[in-house]
Write a protein that binds this ligand. Structure first.
Ligand code: NPG
Length: 369
């Protein structure tokens, strides 16, 4: 198949509440939405890039340039027989994985819609619902945190992730654990600590956490391997696992007990499946992270999380947790058992609301074959 038209849009959607981590605070989604056309089929993808390069090296401006100057021409030059051919077609471009992922995901959607196959079936999904939780950003004080967490629990989420940083770690975690002794709880440091903080991090062991996510440097598997034996709680790597090779290094070094998979961080769905399979072969569970995606990226995440080695609830909340007005007509809603239902329609199954999409678009670019 040859792609006949690529359209890229920068969108801006306000979050229902600002999202704050150890390293950044953002109030508005800055994603790039991808539209592909071929063989009379229209397909959609999303690069969930942020306003700033504070999670990884990319932001909406870098992705916009790399997609136009390199990735779109590379994609249009390929004659594709399957979506797995996109990742090798982009291989000469180093890193820039979030930029790649939106185009790669849209290609999966294109093949799925053309062939009448759901994305979950194409990827090897085995379940029809995926367990999900909520990631709770840093709040102004513990009373506010308890109110916010309580609202999510009342809404039906039974797994909570707390963002932590030095000065907002032990006490907020203790407060939530004391208020809800049985809830599935985990914490995420987004790379803010150092190996010298090992004793402080070990204090988190008392709270019966599912995992502590990315405590040390974003590109540092080595020191995580030194930290893991000093904690009882499994370390989960997020930022550090950017490719199947990085996953293999972390597994062989015993740097973590769990891997967070985000297809956008890994550069696409094909390599995400490889990370999933590699971890499964090593007996290591994975779970699905989130990048506050719009409804388009969210559908890909739900499909991927239906694979069998996704053993822990994902950061894939219902659309309404993020956006008052999303760009899809068929948002996910939370089931009573804290799950989302895996779409079965061809491709990702999203129905894009093009009126809303036009309203939130701030820049647009297209290339025709
Ligand atoms: O529910 O999508 C969600 C948010 C989950 O905490 C979450 N994402 O560090 O994992 C993270 C964080 C993030 C958000 C990372 C935006 C990068 C961008």
């Amino acid at each position: 198949m040859r792609i006949e038209r690529v359209e890229l849009r920068q969108v801006r959607l306000p979050y229902v509440a600002p999202f704050e981590t150890s390293g950044w605070r953002e109030e508005t989604c800055h994603a790039i939405i991808v539209r592909l056309e071929a063989d009379g089929v229209t397909a959609w993808g999303e690069s969930p890039v942020g306003e700033n390069p504070f999670y990884n090296e990319e932001n909406y401006q870098t992705a916009w340039i790399i997609q136009q100057a390199y990735l779109t021409p590379m994609l249009m030059a390929a004659d594709l027989s399957k979506p797995q051919e996109v990742t090798p077609a982009f291989a000469r471009v180093r890193a820039n994985r979030m930029a790649k992922s939106g185009l790669e995901f849209a290609t999966w959607d294109l093949f799925g819609r053309r062939d009448g196959r759901s994305l979950a079936a194409m990827l090897g999904g085995t379940r029809d619902r995926v367990a999900v939780g909520v990631s709770v950003g840093i709040q102004k004080d513990i009373d506010t945190l308890l109110r916010v967490v309580g609202d999510y629990i009342n809404a039906g989420y039974n797994r909570i992730k707390l963002k932590i940083r030095p000065g907002w770690d032990i006490e907020p975690t203790r407060a939530v654990r004391t208020a809800w002794p049985d809830i599935q709880l985990q914490v995420d440091a987004n790379s803010i600590y150092h190996l010298e903080d090992a004793e402080r991090l070990a204090q988190l062991d008392q709270f019966n956490l599912l995992l502590v996510e990315q405590p040390l440097g974003h590109d540092d598997i080595f020191d995580h391997a030194k930290l893991q034996p000093r904690l009882r709680t499994p370390i989960c790597l997020d930022e550090s696992i950017v490719s199947p090779e990085h996953a293999r290094w972390a597994i062989e070094m015993h740097a973590c007990g769990v891997i967070n998979i985000k297809p956008s961080r890994i550069g696409g769905l094909a390599d995400s499946v490889r990370v999933h399979d590699m971890a499964q072969a090593a007996g290591m569970p994975v779970w699905h992270g989130g990048m506050l995606e719009t409804g388009i990226g969210r559908a890909a995440n739900v499909a991927l999380a239906s694979l069998p080695n996704f053993k822990l609830p994902g950061d894939i909340s219902a659309n309404a947790r993020y956006y008052a007005r999303d760009i899809v007509r068929n948002p996910f809603t939370l089931n009573a058992d804290s799950t989302l239902t895996v779409p079965t329609k061809p491709g990702s199954g999203v129905i894009v609301d093009e009126d809303v999409l036009d309203d939130v678009t701030v820049a647009r670019w297209e290339k025709r074959a």
